[in-house]
Design a protein around this ligand. Structure first.
Ligand SMILES: *Cc1c(COP(=O)(O)O)cnc(C)c1O
Ligand code: SF4
Length: 334
């Protein structure tokens, strides 16, 4: 078993194990146990090491520690906020936007983010079995308009190399699939996964392959994470980043600017800043749209244009992600 697989196996995966890893004393609060029963706990130790357990509002822990607020019923927050159900074409296959298929070969992730928009569906039976995966690939093959395949999940990089390589080979056999994309949080939460073998595998598929990583706070870009991203960039894999705007994690201009500039220094171009999808149990993470626009305005005047993501929301039924935009001309400019 590779080191990253051991690390994943040893990651605290219950609220008790997480509390122990953080040296929290005393019994678990009922609300914490309730939250963990509704959505499992999972945090690799390398990610946990970025947290300060003495800080009650630590931005790393806020993303991964079960919170009694998750059990609050808030109107408009539901299990399938992005209307994935009707877009399901085959097992693990969503087609919402023209030309793009989103394939989820696994429901597992290397971390359980409390704000996840797919939290009602994860880990959903772990991996797609061979038959179901083939059914999804056959559905892509049958639709020549699907030029781009986005591997998502779950997290496609929790698949071992042979499974990942097999899937990529299958996809590349489809002539109309001319572009590949991997959406992943693994380089950030489990950087040991990103070894030379993985970088080589992803850079030699025979198709352009873009990787979109998920990072939300500047502290997530540790030396180990920087090295992992460096390996991918050195292998020639274009790197982009998406982040979720989260109350208490990155909802101030300074933190956002440091995150975006930090990503750029890792040769990773910020792509999307997502407004939170309204998944049940995540309302306490929401930043209102007006405030999000204010933040973008502040950030826009502070960072390199290369570091600016698009602020987007997902509207069920829309043919693309929807940009949130406000014209901003600074006072005094005619
Ligand atoms: C976000 C998403 C995509 C990719 O959208 P881009 O704007 O091209 O990044 C594709 N399919 C689904 C279902 C998505 O949610
Ligand atoms: S890595 Fe992505 S899919 Fe997995 S729990 Fe976090 S937000 Fe959800």
């Amino acid at each position: 078993m590779a080191r990253w697989q051991e690390e994943l196996q040893e990651a605290p995966g219950t609220p008790e194990a997480l509390a122990a890893a953080l040296h929290r004393e005393g019994p678990l609060a009922t609300g914490v146990r309730q939250a963990a029963a509704a959505f499992p706990v999972l945090v690799p130790r390398s990610f946990l090491a970025l947290a300060d357990p003495r800080d009650p509002s630590d931005p790393i822990l806020r993303q991964v520690e079960p919170d009694p607020a998750e059990s609050l019923e808030v109107e408009g927050y539901e299990d399938d906020p992005t209307a994935d159900g009707p877009a399901r074409l085959a097992p693990g296959l969503l087609v919402k936007y023209p030309g793009r298929a989103l394939l989820m070969p696994t429901g597992r992730c290397a971390v359980a983010c409390r704000f996840c928009f797919r939290r009602a569906f994860l880990p959903a039976g772990d991996r797609l079995t061979g038959g179901a995966l083939e059914e999804a690939c056959a559905a892509i093959e049958a639709d020549p308009s699907l030029q781009e395949v986005i591997l998502s999940g779950g997290d496609p990089l929790v698949l071992p190399d042979p499974a990942l390589a097999g899937l990529l080979r299958r996809l590349v056999r489809i002539r109309h699939v001319t572009l590949l994309r991997v959406h992943t949080r693994v380089p950030v939460v489990l950087p040991s996964r990103v070894d030379d073998d993985l970088a080589r595998l992803l850079s030699r598929t025979g198709r352009p392959l873009f990787m979109v990583i998920h990072a939300n706070h500047p502290r997530e870009l540790s030396a180990e994470v920087q090295a992992a991203l460096g390996r991918l960039a050195d292998a020639g894999i274009p790197l982009l980043a998406q982040s979720v705007l989260l109350r208490g994690v990155n909802d101030d201009a300074d933190t956002l600017a440091r995150l975006l500039e930090g990503l750029l220094r890792c040769r990773t171009r910020p792509y999307y800043l997502h407004q939170l999808d309204r998944a049940r149990g995540t309302a306490h993470f929401r930043v209102p749209d007006e405030e999000a626009l204010d933040l973008m305005e502040q950030v826009r005047s502070r960072v390199s244009g290369l570091a600016l993501p698009r602020l987007v929301v997902e509207r069920p039924g829309a043919p693309s992600k929807v940009p949130l935009w406000r014209e901003a001309v600074p006072a005094g400019v005619p």
